[in-house]
Design a protein around this ligand. Structure first.
Ligand SMILES: [Ca+2]
Length: 455
């Protein structure tokens, strides 16, 4: 059985033996990419050790030297004030190379879990999607509840490795409405489907679907509400290899895209509305629902609600796994596939002559360093040194990639060790903490961070 978002022939991971490997590797690995160590990019002002500052501040003053000391302090304050102001305005600067991840197992016994969403109702619950068509509940007080919250297995085509119930997000007003949105491959004709589920009456209302019967891989399936309140949904390119119909570059079809929808109201016969500022509204030969195109299998994406940016993990074919980072002003961007795979030219005759391509901000080698990127989240939890860091991983290598945008627009990256094997998805708690689930092991973990103490 291969990776969920991708079916690599090279990945022959078996659940049992890789778990054992991970338990030991997890504690001992401190894989730092020294070629791109973030330490060299940290401005000097931020490298002042708190310990040194503390010694300075607690040094006993002699009374007669106080005026001179005050002058020195004033000079130092004047010298550093502009730098500190710049730092306060910029992103925080975590020392990525000093961190490793930890995991705490919260639950086991899940059947091929593929997505996590936090209940935004103050309960602290996590909703965990099982590929066959169930939504399970992890309650912090009760653990994993035995009965599913939702069971739509009779509506879900979970054939092959990549079809199934793949995405979930609660409505922004979930606490009152008890509405969730689901993304799945539907029976009987394998359409990738966006639907609204009401817990009040267990009703399922299809909002939008797209034929995906030609091949079973690359279903996409991430759902998230953006900082703008609109619902974003990712769809894979239709599957097979090399995107035979060139769907991703064809704006007339929804495959190989991320869509942006207003699901808070209806428009005419549509059970949703197209936001009027979507990039292709009113344009001939383009579906107005499209926000981004040229994607292969954007299995997992997320928003950083602190700066409103969008992070995408787009699974590669055989050369490069890629991570994209876009501002809200980049709607309409062409992300390159299948003209390019990652940063590499793939099918040159499909490269547009009139449209610039948006490059990934980070890539790694598919066969050497993993098999399928699992896009994650920017961390905003309790561990201060990791805040503001985008965390992603890979289904086969379990490597934790940490990315951070520097003030000059460049990106720092580091690896923070490895996670338990076969990660399929990250989740973000309402408190900014991160979680993960893994495929055949069927476990839910909370992710933490610790400072490395040894070289
Ligand atoms: Ca791309």
């Amino acid at each position: 059985m291969g990776a969920l978002p991708h079916t690599p022939s090279a990945c022959t991971c078996q659940a049992g033996n890789v778990i054992a490997l991970t338990q030991s590797a997890f504690r001992t690995t401190r894989a730092i990419d020294t070629r791109t160590s973030i330490a060299t990019r940290i401005p000097i002002a931020t490298r002042i050790s708190p310990r040194t500052s503390g010694v300075l501040m607690t040094h006993r003053h002699s009374t007669h030297r106080r005026p001179l000391r005050l002058l020195v302090l004033a000079f130092c304050a004047a010298l550093f004030a502009p730098l500190m102001a710049v730092q306060a305005d910029a992103h925080p600067r975590p020392r990525l190379d000093a961190l490793t991840t930890t995991t705490t197992q919260l639950a086991s016994g899940l059947q091929r879990p593929v997505a996590i969403a936090a209940a935004n109702d103050g309960s602290g619950r996590l909703f965990v999607v099982e590929k066959a068509g169930r939504v399970r509940v992890y309650d912090p007080a009760e653990g994993l509840l035995p009965d599913p919250l939702i069971d739509i297995t009779d509506k879900v085509d979970a054939d092959d490795n990549e079809r199934g119930l793949l995405g979930i997000v609660p409505a922004p007003d979930f606490a009152q409405s008890q509405v969730l949105y689901l993304a799945y491959t539907s029976l009987p004709d394998a359409r990738v489907t966006l639907a609204r589920y009401r817990l009040t009456d267990n009703s399922l209302e299809v909002l939008l679907d797209q034929d995906h019967s030609a091949a079973s891989n690359h279903n996409g399936g991430q759902l998230a509400f953006g900082p703008d309140g609109y619902l974003y949904w990712s769809l894979g390119d239709g599957g097979s290899a090399d995107d035979p119909p060139n769907n991703a570059q064809n704006k007339n079809v929804l495959l190989g895209k991320i869509l942006r929808l207003d699901v808070s109201k209806t428009c005419g016969s549509l059970p949703y509305c197209v936001p009027p500022d979507n990039p292709f509204v009113g344009q001939a030969d383009a579906r107005p629902e499209i926000w981004l195109y040229g994607l292969r299998n954007p299995w997992r994406f997320s928003f950083d609600h602190a700066d409103k940016t969008l992070w995408i993990g787009d699974v590669g074919q055989g050369q490069e796994e890629e991570i994209d980072h876009l501002t809200p002003q980049q709607g309409g961007a062409n992300m390159g596939w299948s003209c390019r795979e990652g940063t590499l030219e793939h099918i040159p005759e499909r490269c547009p002559t009139d449209t610039p391509l948006t490059d990934p901000i980070f890539t790694y080698k598919t066969s050497d360093q993993g098999c399928a990127v699992i896009g994650g989240y920017v961390y905003h939890g309790a561990y201060a040194a990791a805040r503001g860091t985008y965390i992603a991983s890979d289904y086969c290598s379990s490597t934790v990639w940490a990315l951070h945008k520097n003030a000059d627009g460049s990106y720092a990256n580091s690896t923070l060790g490895t996670l338990p094997t076969q990660i399929t998805a990250f989740g973000e708690g309402t408190d900014g903490e991160l979680y993960m689930v893994n495929d055949l092991p069927g476990r839910l973990y909370k992710i933490g961070f610790q400072e490395s103490t040894t070289e």
